[in-house]
Design a protein. Structure first.
Length: 159
């Protein structure tokens, strides 16, 4: 609990912490749900056709990625409690950007594709609503429920 109080003390210097909530809405439109999960059905057949693979192994890789994105979430939450959202999330966001790019540059190997999709799922945990919502509640602690209610629709909304 001491880590939370330290972060709240730093938040008092912000003129308007609700700008962070507005930023969370924008960031959640490109979180791991819309980028990786919601688009999987759209890209399943084109990926399989382009690579000359059956749909079932591609679907397995996409499902494995989704499943593995849930595994590190408790560890990520614990790290953010201990060291703060910014120190934990910022370095890992670069990994989230690099992994999908590696998929696009990978050879036509189903094994490599499955491995890179699994790795992308693991590192995509940092792009779940968890860090953004922890930051929102840490800054707007007296109206945490409202902050969550305002920011969470960003996950399903894409311009």
């Amino acid at each position: 609990m001491s880590g939370v109080i330290t972060h709240l003390a730093r938040a008092e210097g912000l003129a308007n912490p609700w700008r962070v909530v507005a930023g969370a809405v924008a960031e959640l439109t490109v979180c791991n749900g819309p980028v990786l999960l919601f688009t999987s059905g759209v890209f399943l057949k084109p990926i399989a056709a382009d690579m000359a693979w059956a749909c079932s192994p591609v679907s397995f890789a996409l499902s494995l990625s989704t499943l593995l994105s849930a595994v590190p979430t408790p560890f990520l939450g614990r790290m953010m409690d201990r060291w703060g959202v910014r120190r934990v999330a910022l370095p890992r966001l670069s990994l989230f950007v690099i992994c999908p790019a590696l998929i696009g540059l990978s050879p036509r190997s189903l094994t490599v594709f499955t491995f890179l999709r699994a790795l992308t799922g693991i590192v995509s945990t940092v792009q779940t609503p968890l860090p953004y919502e922890q930051g929102d509640c840490g800054l707007v602690h007296d109206r945490c429920g409202l902050a969550l209610g305002v920011a969470m629709p960003g996950v399903g909304w894409a311009p």
